[in-house]
Design a protein around this ligand. Structure first.
Ligand SMILES: [Mn+2]
Length: 394
């Protein structure tokens, strides 16, 4: 087995050669994670590409993982940098959304199979040309709600799990089970990282661990010598190293955006911090609200949200907060409807934690249902926005 860096270097070389030659008869498997470019997406794409390449018997097949964020934005995800270095992966050898031109790729390669991991609906920049890319989606491995799109002819695994990386590891169970190759240690460190993070170290009380996560973690742990509890804590420490980022970077570092069926644009930023610490850092009580206004302006959102998540070990353990800002008056009732819902369990944070002078509806809550991450909160918000049938935007 070759090393991860060797594999990445080789794939990159093949792409450059093909572009230089102007055309290629090779069959390109382009593997992309979602546009938040989080650790799970990066690890899922790399793991899938590397193990598929190892298994492939056909020399004309080649597998290119894409990290679907601009190259400089990797610095916004310190946990990803940490895990890549632990796995001996050189980030310079990865393809990013701004270091590879997708339209050139599709011109050069006559055969492209697009594999989606950690999402099941085309994201930017692929979604800008749905007509071209939709027919090329031939495989999906994902743990988000199934949007039932595309005629995936190769494989389609969409089911709930803490981490998509678990489903990717299980997809390649045969290699991981039967090989003792020492190169698998780096790969296993990479694939294990998001599983530990997304399942909160496989602790069942957070309800974010499925049997697949446990199975995949056990499969990967066979190949590593490190202590996985220590590894988990080290990744968490790296992940919380974001307090130097400016407000805009904090809002865009783990951001997702959708359009509802009735035409409203909704954005949710996930921030691994707690509001009080963030406000104190800024030394200005309404600074987070201002940042959300500005971000919503920049992205032209009808509603904008921030979800915080943080673990203050001696001060209440793992907690979540939610902020919501309505910018389209047709949606003015949305925040009340969310507040009335019994499942998400929102309780308004008192004025001494957060003061607002927003002219538009604005809410700040503690989210007592900590089991709901963005994966659950987004479908919940969508169902409320789409039930505004009397007030379609379009
Ligand atoms: Mn994921």
């Amino acid at each position: 087995m070759q090393s991860l860096n060797h594999f990445l270097n080789h794939s990159l070389g093949r792409v450059k050669e093909a572009i230089h030659a102007g055309s290629s008869k090779d069959s390109l498997y382009l593997i992309t994670g979602n546009e938040s470019g989080d650790l799970d997406s990066i690890a899922s794409a790399l793991t899938f590409a590397y193990l598929s390449d190892h298994k492939s018997k056909n020399k004309q097949d080649f597998f290119l993982p894409l990290v679907n964020i601009p190259k400089n934005d990797l610095a916004l995800r310190p946990e990803a940098g940490f895990v890549l270095s632990k796995s001996s992966v050189d980030p310079q050898l990865l393809c990013y959304s701004d270091t590879i031109d997708l339209s050139v790729l599709s011109d050069v390669f006559q055969q492209i199979q697009l594999i989606l991991v950690d999402h099941n609906k085309l994201a930017n920049p692929f979604s800008l040309d749905e007509k071209k890319w939709s027919p090329l989606v031939s495989g999906i491995i994902d743990h988000h709600v199934d949007e039932h799109l595309y005629g995936t002819e190769l494989f389609r695994t969409i089911k709930p799990s803490g981490s998509c990386s678990s489903l990717v590891a299980l997809h390649h169970e045969d290699v991981l089970q039967n090989s003792k190759d020492e190169q698998l240690e780096s790969l296993a460190k990479l694939a294990l990282a998001p599983i530990l993070v997304d399942s909160v170290n496989l602790q069942p009380q957070y309800n974010r661990t499925t049997d697949d996560d446990v199975m995949a973690a056990n499969l990967l742990k066979q190949h590593v010598t490190l202590d996985s509890d220590t590894y988990f804590h080290d990744i968490q420490t790296a992940k919380s190293n974001i307090h130097h980022l400016n407000d805009r970077d904090l809002l865009r570092k783990d951001y997702k955006e959708w359009e509802t069926d009735n035409g409203y644009k909704v954005g949710i930023s996930a921030v691994p911090w707690y509001l009080q610490g963030w406000i104190e850092r800024n030394n200005k009580s309404n600074s987070v609200e201002t940042a959300l206004h500005n971000w919503a302006d920049e992205r032209q959102l009808d509603i904008a949200y921030i979800m915080t998540a943080f673990d203050r070990e001696n001060q209440g353990g793992f907690q979540r907060e939610l902020l919501g800002l309505v910018r389209n008056e047709k949606l003015n009732g949305i925040l009340q409807k969310m507040e009335q819902n019994q499942e998400i369990q929102l309780r308004r944070l008192t004025d001494d934690i957060f003061k607002t002078n927003s002219k538009q509806p604005f809410g700040v809550w503690r989210q007592h249902n900590i089991k709901w991450s963005r994966k659950q909160v987004w479908p919940f918000i969508r169902s409320i926005v789409e039930s505004q049938e009397d007030t379609p935007k379009l």
